[in-house]
Design a protein around this ligand. Structure first.
Ligand code: SAM
Length: 184
């Protein structure tokens, strides 16, 4: 049982693009209520349920409280854009590095489409900087945005830092939404 239907978007993306592997170290940004973290815990075996596979690690971060989950380490009431939070994540990560950064983060929507778009792109840009400090070479960043005029700014920045950048529109996203994922 997943905490939220957003789990199906990550499952769909992972099934097609093999982002999460056993033993991986994952940072889940905007993790509350915790469905993506549930998927990550299963895929990377961070609860150690598969004794034959390597054991991964999952850190989830959110402004809101995240209910505890076996196999995940949560930072609740924490802002990922705050350098203090980023330092904490670095301290928590085994070896200070991650294989995968996931972001399903969303700002509180104002309903003004362009404003919301700019806000979420700004958050994603912060994650590219975070990736520079904690993502292992060859690592993966998956981030959600609401498509708009600034999307190319983000995409161009990703292209500069990653060997491949894909634009994904999972079927599990609602049809009318501008929701898009960049997989870098
Ligand atoms: N992926 C989650 C799941 O499957 O349960 C759902 C995430 S929900 C769509 C977006 C979350 O992003 C919200 O819980 C919100 O509090 C969080 N968020 C927004 N801005 C944030 C920030 N600056 N730092 C951390 N979390 C943030």
């Amino acid at each position: 049982n997943y905490r939220c239907r957003s789990a199906f978007k990550l499952l769909e993306i992972d099934k097609k693009h093999y982002i999460l592997c056993q033993g991986h170290i994952v940072v889940d940004c905007g993790a509350a209520p915790g469905a993506w973290s549930q998927v990550a815990v299963q895929r990377v075996n961070s609860a150690g349920l598969d004794s034959n596979a390597s054991v991964g690690f999952v850190v989830g971060v959110d402004l809101q409280r995240i209910t505890p989950l076996d196999g995940a380490f949560f930072l609740s009431n924490a802002d990922i854009t705050d350098p203090a939070t980023q330092d904490k994540i670095k301290d928590i990560l085994p070896g200070g590095m991650a294989d995968v950064i996931l972001s399903d983060m969303a700002p509180n929507a104002t309903g003004v489409r362009d404003l919301d778009h700019r806000k979420i792109v700004g958050m994603c840009l912060t994650l590219v900087d975070l990736a520079h400090s904690i993502l292992r070479p060859g690592g993966t960043l998956l981030c959600k945005l609401w498509d708009g005029s600034e999307s190319t700014v983000l995409r161009n920045k990703l292209v500069q830092c990653f060997s491949s950048v894909k634009t994904l529109k999972p079927q599990a996203s609602r049809k009318e939404s501008s929701e898009t994922f960049y997989l870098a």
